[in-house]
Design a protein around this ligand. Structure first.
Ligand code: NAD
Length: 367
Protein backbone atom coordinates (compact mmCIF):
# COMPACT_ATOMS: atom_id res chain seq x y z
CA UNK A 1 0.00 0.00 0.00
CA UNK A 2 1.38 3.41 -0.96
CA UNK A 3 1.79 5.74 1.97
CA UNK A 4 2.19 9.53 2.00
CA UNK A 5 2.86 11.75 5.00
CA UNK A 6 0.91 14.99 4.92
CA UNK A 7 1.44 17.78 7.43
CA UNK A 8 -1.85 19.56 8.14
CA UNK A 9 -1.37 23.12 9.38
CA UNK A 10 -4.90 24.27 9.93
CA UNK A 11 -3.95 27.79 11.01
CA UNK A 12 -6.11 30.61 12.29
CA UNK A 13 -9.60 32.03 11.82
CA UNK A 14 -11.59 29.93 9.33
CA UNK A 15 -8.54 27.65 8.83
CA UNK A 16 -9.72 24.75 11.05
CA UNK A 17 -13.26 24.91 9.61
CA UNK A 18 -12.20 24.62 5.98
CA UNK A 19 -9.37 22.17 6.77
CA UNK A 20 -11.92 19.76 8.29
CA UNK A 21 -13.74 19.63 4.93
CA UNK A 22 -10.51 19.13 3.00
CA UNK A 23 -9.63 16.23 5.29
CA UNK A 24 -12.97 14.54 4.51
CA UNK A 25 -12.05 14.65 0.83
CA UNK A 26 -8.49 13.41 1.45
CA UNK A 27 -9.74 10.51 3.54
CA UNK A 28 -12.14 9.41 0.82
CA UNK A 29 -9.44 9.72 -1.86
CA UNK A 30 -7.11 7.58 0.26
CA UNK A 31 -9.75 4.96 0.92
CA UNK A 32 -10.87 4.52 -2.67
CA UNK A 33 -7.34 4.53 -4.12
CA UNK A 34 -5.88 2.26 -1.47
CA UNK A 35 -3.43 4.95 -0.34
CA UNK A 36 -2.52 5.56 3.25
CA UNK A 37 -2.47 9.31 3.79
CA UNK A 38 -0.74 9.71 7.13
CA UNK A 39 -2.28 12.98 8.34
CA UNK A 40 -0.58 14.82 11.21
CA UNK A 41 -1.67 18.20 12.51
CA UNK A 42 0.86 20.91 13.34
CA UNK A 43 0.54 24.32 14.92
CA UNK A 44 1.33 27.29 12.65
CA UNK A 45 0.48 30.98 12.70
CA UNK A 46 -1.02 33.06 15.49
CA UNK A 47 -2.41 29.97 17.25
CA UNK A 48 1.14 28.56 17.38
CA UNK A 49 2.49 31.79 18.81
CA UNK A 50 -0.08 31.75 21.64
CA UNK A 51 0.44 28.04 22.31
CA UNK A 52 4.21 27.67 21.85
CA UNK A 53 5.62 31.22 21.83
CA UNK A 54 6.59 30.97 18.14
CA UNK A 55 4.50 31.28 14.97
CA UNK A 56 6.52 28.47 13.28
CA UNK A 57 7.58 26.26 16.22
CA UNK A 58 10.41 23.76 16.00
CA UNK A 59 8.05 20.76 16.22
CA UNK A 60 6.09 22.08 13.24
CA UNK A 61 9.31 22.57 11.27
CA UNK A 62 10.26 18.95 12.02
CA UNK A 63 6.80 17.74 10.97
CA UNK A 64 6.99 19.68 7.69
CA UNK A 65 10.58 18.57 7.02
CA UNK A 66 9.55 14.93 7.18
CA UNK A 67 6.27 15.33 5.25
CA UNK A 68 5.77 14.38 1.59
CA UNK A 69 3.53 17.44 1.25
CA UNK A 70 2.13 20.20 3.42
CA UNK A 71 -1.49 21.30 3.42
CA UNK A 72 -1.77 24.71 5.03
CA UNK A 73 -4.83 26.66 6.10
CA UNK A 74 -4.85 30.45 6.19
CA UNK A 75 -3.15 32.23 9.07
CA UNK A 76 -3.43 35.69 10.61
CA UNK A 77 -5.52 37.79 12.93
CA UNK A 78 -7.64 40.88 12.52
CA UNK A 79 -5.75 44.18 12.42
CA UNK A 80 -6.57 44.89 16.09
CA UNK A 81 -5.82 41.36 17.37
CA UNK A 82 -2.46 41.33 15.54
CA UNK A 83 -1.19 43.97 17.94
CA UNK A 84 -1.11 41.30 20.69
CA UNK A 85 1.83 39.66 18.89
CA UNK A 86 5.30 41.20 18.51
CA UNK A 87 5.88 42.47 14.95
CA UNK A 88 8.39 39.78 13.95
CA UNK A 89 6.20 36.97 15.30
CA UNK A 90 3.04 38.11 13.51
CA UNK A 91 1.92 35.24 11.30
CA UNK A 92 3.26 36.36 7.89
CA UNK A 93 6.65 37.52 9.18
CA UNK A 94 6.98 34.81 11.83
CA UNK A 95 5.62 31.79 9.94
CA UNK A 96 4.58 32.23 6.32
CA UNK A 97 7.67 33.93 4.88
CA UNK A 98 10.02 31.65 6.89
CA UNK A 99 8.19 28.60 5.50
CA UNK A 100 8.50 29.89 1.94
CA UNK A 101 12.19 30.62 2.56
CA UNK A 102 12.85 27.26 4.26
CA UNK A 103 11.44 25.24 1.35
CA UNK A 104 12.35 27.72 -1.36
CA UNK A 105 8.83 27.51 -2.77
CA UNK A 106 9.48 29.95 -5.58
CA UNK A 107 6.63 28.94 -7.88
CA UNK A 108 3.11 29.82 -6.79
CA UNK A 109 0.27 28.57 -9.00
CA UNK A 110 -3.08 30.30 -8.55
CA UNK A 111 -5.81 29.00 -10.86
CA UNK A 112 -8.69 31.40 -11.52
CA UNK A 113 -11.66 29.46 -12.80
CA UNK A 114 -15.37 30.07 -13.15
CA UNK A 115 -17.37 28.18 -15.78
CA UNK A 116 -19.99 30.04 -17.80
CA UNK A 117 -22.77 28.19 -15.95
CA UNK A 118 -21.67 29.78 -12.66
CA UNK A 119 -21.32 33.31 -14.04
CA UNK A 120 -23.96 34.45 -11.53
CA UNK A 121 -21.32 34.15 -8.75
CA UNK A 122 -19.25 36.89 -10.37
CA UNK A 123 -19.88 40.62 -9.95
CA UNK A 124 -19.01 41.01 -13.65
CA UNK A 125 -21.72 41.12 -16.31
CA UNK A 126 -22.34 37.89 -18.28
CA UNK A 127 -21.33 39.77 -21.45
CA UNK A 128 -17.87 40.35 -19.93
CA UNK A 129 -17.53 36.80 -18.64
CA UNK A 130 -18.45 35.35 -22.04
CA UNK A 131 -17.53 31.65 -22.12
CA UNK A 132 -16.26 31.73 -18.54
CA UNK A 133 -13.12 32.76 -16.67
CA UNK A 134 -10.17 30.40 -16.91
CA UNK A 135 -6.60 31.53 -16.42
CA UNK A 136 -3.72 30.88 -14.05
CA UNK A 137 -1.50 33.31 -12.19
CA UNK A 138 2.11 32.22 -11.76
CA UNK A 139 3.54 34.30 -8.94
CA UNK A 140 7.21 34.38 -7.95
CA UNK A 141 7.04 33.62 -4.24
CA UNK A 142 10.44 33.96 -2.57
CA UNK A 143 11.94 37.16 -3.99
CA UNK A 144 11.10 40.79 -4.66
CA UNK A 145 9.96 43.34 -2.15
CA UNK A 146 8.69 40.80 0.40
CA UNK A 147 12.11 39.17 0.73
CA UNK A 148 14.42 42.15 0.12
CA UNK A 149 16.55 43.89 2.73
CA UNK A 150 14.75 46.12 5.22
CA UNK A 151 15.84 49.01 7.36
CA UNK A 152 14.04 51.27 9.80
CA UNK A 153 15.36 54.07 11.97
CA UNK A 154 15.62 57.82 12.45
CA UNK A 155 17.09 59.87 9.60
CA UNK A 156 19.37 62.91 9.81
CA UNK A 157 16.30 65.17 10.15
CA UNK A 158 15.13 63.24 13.21
CA UNK A 159 12.27 61.66 11.26
CA UNK A 160 11.30 57.97 11.37
CA UNK A 161 12.11 56.28 8.05
CA UNK A 162 11.74 52.88 6.47
CA UNK A 163 13.56 51.37 3.50
CA UNK A 164 12.61 48.10 1.80
CA UNK A 165 14.20 46.89 -1.38
CA UNK A 166 12.87 44.94 -4.34
CA UNK A 167 15.62 42.49 -5.22
CA UNK A 168 15.91 39.85 -7.95
CA UNK A 169 18.82 38.26 -9.71
CA UNK A 170 18.56 36.83 -13.20
CA UNK A 171 18.52 33.20 -12.03
CA UNK A 172 15.53 33.84 -9.80
CA UNK A 173 13.65 35.36 -12.73
CA UNK A 174 14.76 32.66 -15.16
CA UNK A 175 13.45 29.78 -13.04
CA UNK A 176 9.96 31.28 -12.62
CA UNK A 177 9.97 32.21 -16.31
CA UNK A 178 10.65 28.57 -17.20
CA UNK A 179 7.73 27.46 -15.02
CA UNK A 180 5.49 30.01 -16.73
CA UNK A 181 6.52 29.03 -20.27
CA UNK A 182 6.13 25.32 -19.47
CA UNK A 183 2.64 26.06 -18.15
CA UNK A 184 1.81 28.09 -21.26
CA UNK A 185 2.98 25.19 -23.47
CA UNK A 186 0.41 22.94 -21.80
CA UNK A 187 -2.35 25.52 -22.28
CA UNK A 188 -2.99 28.09 -25.04
CA UNK A 189 0.66 29.05 -25.65
CA UNK A 190 0.07 32.68 -24.72
CA UNK A 191 1.94 34.21 -21.78
CA UNK A 192 1.05 37.57 -20.29
CA UNK A 193 4.09 39.00 -18.55
CA UNK A 194 3.06 41.54 -15.90
CA UNK A 195 5.57 44.27 -15.08
CA UNK A 196 6.14 47.94 -14.27
CA UNK A 197 9.21 48.65 -16.39
CA UNK A 198 8.19 52.26 -17.02
CA UNK A 199 9.08 52.95 -13.35
CA UNK A 200 10.94 50.00 -11.81
CA UNK A 201 14.40 48.88 -12.90
CA UNK A 202 13.63 45.49 -11.39
CA UNK A 203 10.95 45.13 -14.07
CA UNK A 204 13.41 46.06 -16.83
CA UNK A 205 15.63 43.13 -15.82
CA UNK A 206 12.56 40.94 -15.30
CA UNK A 207 11.34 41.64 -18.86
CA UNK A 208 14.80 41.06 -20.39
CA UNK A 209 15.03 37.64 -18.76
CA UNK A 210 11.45 36.73 -19.74
CA UNK A 211 12.32 37.54 -23.38
CA UNK A 212 15.57 35.55 -23.16
CA UNK A 213 13.88 32.46 -21.75
CA UNK A 214 11.10 32.96 -24.29
CA UNK A 215 13.62 32.20 -27.04
CA UNK A 216 13.58 28.58 -25.86
CA UNK A 217 9.79 28.55 -26.32
CA UNK A 218 9.23 29.98 -29.81
CA UNK A 219 5.67 28.65 -29.91
CA UNK A 220 4.62 30.78 -26.94
CA UNK A 221 3.44 34.30 -27.70
CA UNK A 222 4.63 36.76 -25.02
CA UNK A 223 2.46 39.75 -24.23
CA UNK A 224 4.00 42.35 -21.92
CA UNK A 225 1.44 44.30 -19.89
CA UNK A 226 1.95 46.96 -17.23
CA UNK A 227 0.61 45.84 -13.89
CA UNK A 228 -1.76 48.79 -13.56
CA UNK A 229 -3.25 48.11 -16.99
CA UNK A 230 -3.52 44.41 -16.13
CA UNK A 231 -5.64 45.32 -13.10
CA UNK A 232 -8.08 47.10 -15.41
CA UNK A 233 -8.17 44.31 -18.01
CA UNK A 234 -8.94 41.77 -15.28
CA UNK A 235 -12.24 43.58 -14.80
CA UNK A 236 -12.95 44.59 -18.40
CA UNK A 237 -11.79 41.55 -20.34
CA UNK A 238 -10.54 38.65 -18.19
CA UNK A 239 -11.09 36.26 -21.11
CA UNK A 240 -7.92 37.55 -22.80
CA UNK A 241 -5.74 35.92 -20.12
CA UNK A 242 -4.58 32.32 -20.02
CA UNK A 243 -1.22 32.26 -18.18
CA UNK A 244 0.03 35.34 -16.34
CA UNK A 245 3.48 35.56 -14.73
CA UNK A 246 4.55 38.22 -12.26
CA UNK A 247 6.79 39.10 -9.34
CA UNK A 248 5.83 38.47 -5.75
CA UNK A 249 3.91 41.58 -4.69
CA UNK A 250 2.12 42.07 -8.02
CA UNK A 251 0.97 38.44 -7.71
CA UNK A 252 -0.26 38.93 -4.18
CA UNK A 253 -2.42 41.87 -5.19
CA UNK A 254 -3.67 40.76 -8.61
CA UNK A 255 -4.62 37.31 -7.37
CA UNK A 256 -6.91 38.84 -4.75
CA UNK A 257 -8.45 40.91 -7.52
CA UNK A 258 -8.85 37.70 -9.50
CA UNK A 259 -10.74 36.23 -6.53
CA UNK A 260 -12.93 39.31 -6.62
CA UNK A 261 -13.93 38.80 -10.25
CA UNK A 262 -14.85 35.18 -9.51
CA UNK A 263 -17.14 36.42 -6.73
CA UNK A 264 -15.16 35.33 -3.65
CA UNK A 265 -11.66 34.64 -2.41
CA UNK A 266 -13.17 31.36 -1.25
CA UNK A 267 -12.76 30.16 -4.86
CA UNK A 268 -8.98 30.65 -4.84
CA UNK A 269 -6.77 27.63 -4.05
CA UNK A 270 -3.02 27.58 -4.67
CA UNK A 271 0.13 25.48 -4.88
CA UNK A 272 3.55 26.68 -3.70
CA UNK A 273 6.27 24.58 -5.27
CA UNK A 274 9.97 24.39 -4.42
CA UNK A 275 12.75 22.15 -5.68
CA UNK A 276 12.23 19.51 -2.96
CA UNK A 277 9.07 20.42 -1.09
CA UNK A 278 5.65 21.80 -1.88
CA UNK A 279 2.90 23.21 0.21
CA UNK A 280 -0.69 23.93 -0.72
CA UNK A 281 -2.87 26.68 0.68
CA UNK A 282 -5.87 28.84 -0.12
CA UNK A 283 -4.79 32.18 -1.59
CA UNK A 284 -6.87 34.06 0.92
CA UNK A 285 -6.38 34.95 4.57
CA UNK A 286 -7.96 33.70 7.77
CA UNK A 287 -11.17 35.74 7.28
CA UNK A 288 -11.56 36.74 10.96
CA UNK A 289 -14.82 38.52 10.05
CA UNK A 290 -16.59 35.18 9.45
CA UNK A 291 -14.55 32.74 11.59
CA UNK A 292 -16.46 30.28 13.77
CA UNK A 293 -19.78 30.75 11.98
CA UNK A 294 -19.67 27.79 9.56
CA UNK A 295 -20.17 30.08 6.59
CA UNK A 296 -16.67 29.93 5.09
CA UNK A 297 -16.35 28.46 1.62
CA UNK A 298 -14.03 25.43 1.73
CA UNK A 299 -13.61 25.30 -2.09
CA UNK A 300 -10.20 27.00 -1.80
CA UNK A 301 -8.99 24.38 0.69
CA UNK A 302 -10.42 21.39 -1.21
CA UNK A 303 -9.03 22.87 -4.44
CA UNK A 304 -5.64 23.01 -2.74
CA UNK A 305 -6.03 19.27 -2.00
CA UNK A 306 -6.77 18.69 -5.70
CA UNK A 307 -3.58 20.57 -6.62
CA UNK A 308 -1.62 18.49 -4.09
CA UNK A 309 -2.98 15.25 -5.56
CA UNK A 310 -1.94 16.33 -9.04
CA UNK A 311 1.38 18.03 -8.37
CA UNK A 312 2.85 16.11 -5.41
CA UNK A 313 1.31 12.64 -5.88
CA UNK A 314 0.69 12.58 -9.66
CA UNK A 315 -2.92 11.54 -9.10
CA UNK A 316 -4.23 13.56 -12.06
CA UNK A 317 -7.50 11.66 -12.44
CA UNK A 318 -8.47 11.99 -8.81
CA UNK A 319 -7.50 15.67 -8.87
CA UNK A 320 -9.87 16.20 -11.82
CA UNK A 321 -12.53 14.28 -9.92
CA UNK A 322 -12.23 16.68 -6.95
CA UNK A 323 -12.68 19.72 -9.21
CA UNK A 324 -15.58 18.01 -10.95
CA UNK A 325 -17.25 17.13 -7.63
CA UNK A 326 -17.06 20.73 -6.42
CA UNK A 327 -18.41 22.12 -9.71
CA UNK A 328 -21.26 19.57 -9.57
CA UNK A 329 -22.32 20.82 -6.16
CA UNK A 330 -22.52 24.37 -7.47
CA UNK A 331 -24.22 23.26 -10.68
CA UNK A 332 -27.01 21.71 -8.61
CA UNK A 333 -27.80 25.21 -7.37
CA UNK A 334 -26.03 25.09 -4.00
CA UNK A 335 -24.04 28.07 -2.82
CA UNK A 336 -22.04 29.10 0.22
CA UNK A 337 -23.04 32.53 1.60
CA UNK A 338 -19.98 34.34 0.19
CA UNK A 339 -21.18 33.61 -3.35
CA UNK A 340 -24.84 34.49 -3.01
CA UNK A 341 -26.03 37.60 -4.81
CA UNK A 342 -29.27 39.49 -4.27
CA UNK A 343 -31.94 38.34 -6.71
CA UNK A 344 -30.22 35.05 -7.59
CA UNK A 345 -32.06 31.98 -6.40
CA UNK A 346 -29.63 29.52 -4.75
CA UNK A 347 -29.80 26.74 -2.15
CA UNK A 348 -27.68 28.18 0.65
CA UNK A 349 -25.45 25.72 2.50
CA UNK A 350 -22.89 25.95 5.28
CA UNK A 351 -19.23 24.92 5.30
CA UNK A 352 -19.83 21.35 6.48
CA UNK A 353 -22.68 20.73 4.04
CA UNK A 354 -20.51 21.84 1.14
CA UNK A 355 -17.80 19.37 2.24
CA UNK A 356 -20.35 16.57 2.66
CA UNK A 357 -21.90 17.18 -0.76
CA UNK A 358 -18.46 17.21 -2.40
CA UNK A 359 -17.65 13.89 -0.75
CA UNK A 360 -20.98 12.43 -2.01
CA UNK A 361 -20.28 13.63 -5.56
CA UNK A 362 -16.70 12.37 -5.47
CA UNK A 363 -17.83 8.93 -4.35
CA UNK A 364 -19.94 8.67 -7.54
CA UNK A 365 -16.97 9.27 -9.85
CA UNK A 366 -14.75 6.53 -11.17
CA UNK A 367 -11.18 6.71 -9.89
P1 NAD B 1 -8.97 37.64 3.97
O1 NAD B 1 -8.48 37.03 2.71
O2 NAD B 1 -8.87 36.82 5.19
O3 NAD B 1 -10.50 38.07 3.80
C1 NAD B 1 -10.93 39.01 2.81
C2 NAD B 1 -12.45 38.83 2.60
O4 NAD B 1 -12.68 37.59 1.93
C3 NAD B 1 -13.22 38.76 3.92
O5 NAD B 1 -14.45 39.40 3.76
C4 NAD B 1 -13.45 37.27 4.14
O6 NAD B 1 -14.60 36.96 4.88
C5 NAD B 1 -13.55 36.76 2.70
N1 NAD B 1 -13.09 35.38 2.57
C6 NAD B 1 -11.81 34.94 2.53
N2 NAD B 1 -11.77 33.61 2.42
C7 NAD B 1 -13.04 33.18 2.40
C8 NAD B 1 -13.66 31.91 2.30
N3 NAD B 1 -12.94 30.77 2.19
N4 NAD B 1 -15.02 31.84 2.32
C9 NAD B 1 -15.75 32.94 2.39
N5 NAD B 1 -15.24 34.19 2.48
C10 NAD B 1 -13.89 34.30 2.49
O7 NAD B 1 -8.20 39.01 4.12
P2 NAD B 1 -8.01 39.95 5.41
O8 NAD B 1 -9.29 40.02 6.19
O9 NAD B 1 -7.44 41.18 4.88
O10 NAD B 1 -6.91 39.21 6.28
C11 NAD B 1 -7.18 38.45 7.44
C12 NAD B 1 -5.88 37.87 7.96
O11 NAD B 1 -5.35 36.91 7.03
C13 NAD B 1 -4.78 38.92 8.14
O12 NAD B 1 -4.12 38.67 9.35
C14 NAD B 1 -3.84 38.67 6.96
O13 NAD B 1 -2.53 39.07 7.27
C15 NAD B 1 -3.97 37.18 6.80
N6 NAD B 1 -3.61 36.62 5.46
C16 NAD B 1 -3.03 35.38 5.45
C17 NAD B 1 -2.75 34.77 4.24
C18 NAD B 1 -2.14 33.38 4.24
O14 NAD B 1 -2.24 32.66 5.22
N7 NAD B 1 -1.50 32.95 3.14
C19 NAD B 1 -3.08 35.42 3.04
C20 NAD B 1 -3.71 36.65 3.10
C21 NAD B 1 -3.98 37.26 4.32
Amino acid sequence: MTSYKIALLDGDGIGPEIMAEAVKVLELVGERNNINFELTYGSFGACAYFEHGHAFPEQTKALCDSADAILKGPIGLSHEESKKIPLDMQPERGALLPMRRRYNTFANFRPVFLPKGLAHFSPLKPSIIGEGINFIIIRELVGGLYFGSKETGINEHGKRFVKESLEYDEDQIARIAQVAFETAMKRKKVLHNIHKSNVLKSSVLWNEVIDEIGQDYPEVEIKHILVDAAATYLCLNPGQFDVMVMENMFGDILSDQAGGILGSLGLMPSACIGPDKAYYEPSHGSAPDIAGRSIANPYSMIGSVAMMLEMSFKMEKEAKNCWHAMQSVFSQGYSTPDLSKPGVDVRMIDTQSFGNLVVNELAKLEC
